[in-house]
Design a protein. Structure first.
Length: 479
């Protein structure tokens, strides 16, 4: 049975405010030290110490974490997929995972905690005042689902993202509690420091979002040690049949892990060239390594800080998917967003960026991608209305309000791309690219809001930000 300790009086409130001199808030400084071992039966045993320094100007009485893995349990009230996707997601039949928290300690003492949905609430024995640091030790055991998702195992790869308890983002004196909605990328995280020791059966190769610091072989198992500073998230992809290609661009080591790519050298070249292109267009890539990896994955691809996961079924679209996920290294990894509340800015910037790169690489004209976005937008909008979905095309909305993945694509990808292209036409290319570069630099390793982008756009040219604002509210019509 899962052990759940009910918090007695400790989480009747989240934060305690104490009389103290007000200082400028610098947020929380977070470090993860994770040790994990994957067994042959797809069980993962892990522990982590999360060190949190309180840079807010008020004390904390608790810490909230998101347990994304619990969304894959049979009894989850919100599931990370639509029923229409079950066949592709579960090719071997519906499968569920399991998450068990086995121990939580602070300063060597058992800490009270509560699990509410996918949120883990840990009570602190004493308030964490401004400038103070606390370390929370968490042990947990996971059974992975047989699923082609961000988390789970397929026929070729084991995908491990969001497998560790992730500290919730603190904003306006309150933790943001996430749900693993089926539409979009329901993630909101703070740039943190990571140290990971990961042990796997030795027949696996491991593609990682982190920087390798050492490898130890111990008979039938191998332990990989990693670190990463200022990462939005971490992920690992395991495969027994991986082939690996490597290259270097602008001093960065680029690796491509694959198992069924007919033109792997082209894929590696796309990864290298798009990384260099976006560095020149926006700002320098912050890490010394970048990895692209094929995987058993339901959707086209997924981004992590230092790693892009590419679906093995991407086929002819793989070059675009690689460029898209590489652009996410800036519009997610470097500049963070609350993708549950306003994922449209993240995806719109990425769609525009990838289309620009593909034009630059002479793969396909930028205007072709823009026209496809407009046509797809109109077709999906028409189909939704015919099926009784008459929700106005508002971009600024929580993921729970999307009826399907198609509606999300129409809004977050197509409409947002169209809106940003209109801004580009309004300001002119030179000022538009200056805006993107300034935005990336100002919000590096921070979380930005749409109003931040709108404000900067209006400074570049009065009225530019209002275009985004009108598209976001649903007022502006796509032409």
């Amino acid at each position: 049975m899962r052990k759940i300790t009910i918090l007695l009086l400790l989480i009747s409130f989240t934060f305690s405010l104490f009389a103290c001199e007000k200082s400028k808030s610098v947020g929380l400084k977070i470090s993860y030290d994770i040790t994990a071992e994957l067994q042959e039966n797809y069980t993962l045993n892990a522990s982590q110490t999360v060190t949190v320094e309180n840079g807010e100007n008020y004390a904390l009485s608790s810490l909230y974490f998101t347990l994304y893995t619990k969304a894959f349990e049979e009894g989850a009230t919100v599931k990370p997929y639509y029923k229409s996707s079950e066949t592709a997601l579960f090719p071997n039949g519906i499968s569920y995972g399991k998450t068990e928290i086995t121990k939580i300690k602070i300063d060597g003492k058992d800490a009270p905690y509560e699990i509410d949905g996918i949120t883990l609430k840990v009570g602190l024995e004493k308030p964490l005042n401004t400038g103070e640091t606390v370390s929370v030790y968490i042990e947990y055991s996971l059974i992975l689902p047989n699923a082609n998702h961000r988390y789970g195992y397929g026929n070729n790869t084991v995908n491990l993202s969001g497998f560790y308890p992730v500290l919730c983002v603190l904003e306006n004196g309150k933790y943001y509690e996430s749900e693993y909605y089926p539409a979009g990328d329901p993630f909101y995280t703070q740039a943190s420091n990571f140290k990971v020791s990961f042990t796997v059966p030795s027949e696996y190769s491991v593609a990682s979002s982190l920087s390798p610091t050492g490898v130890e072989w111990q008979g039938g198992v191998t332990t990989y040690n990693y670190e990463r500073q200022n990462a939005r998230d971490i992920a690992l992809v395991l495969g027994k049949d991986f082939k690996i290609l490597k290259d270097t661009v602008n001093g960065k080591a680029v690796s491509y892990y694959y198992f069924n790519d007919e033109n792997p050298r082209k894929s590696l070249k796309t990864a290298c060239d798009s990384l260099a292109y976006f560095e020149n267009l926006f700002c320098p890539y912050p890490y010394s390594e970048y990895t692209v990896c094929q995987a058993d994955f339901l959707y086209g691809g997924m981004e992590y800080s230092g790693l892009s996961l590419i679906s093995a079924s991407a086929g002819d679209y793989s070059s675009y998917v690689i460029a898209h996920e590489t652009a996410h290294q800036w519009w997610h990894g470097i500049v963070g967003f609350n993708e549950s509340e306003h994922g449209y800015l993240d995806e719109g910037l990425t769609e525009l960026s990838a289309s620009l790169y593909m034009d630059y690489a002479k793969e396909k004209p930028y205007e072709s991608y823009l026209n496809e976005a407009k046509n797809e937008y109109a077709e999906i909008r028409r189909a939704l209305i015919l099926n009784g979905i008459t929700t106005p095309p508002v971009m600024q909305r929580n993921l729970k309000y999307f009826s399907s993945e198609l509606e999300y694509v129409m809004i977050a990808y197509n409409r947002s791309f169209i809106a940003l292209n209109e801004v580009k036409n309004f300001t002119g290319n030179k000022r538009f690219f200056k805006l993107l570069s300034a935005f990336a630099k100002k919000y590096s390793f921070k979380n930005a809001k749409p109003e931040d982008f709108i404000e900067m756009a209006n400074k570049v040219k009065r009225g530019a930000g209002e275009i985004v604002k009108e598209y976001a509210s649903g007022e502006r019509v796509v032409k």
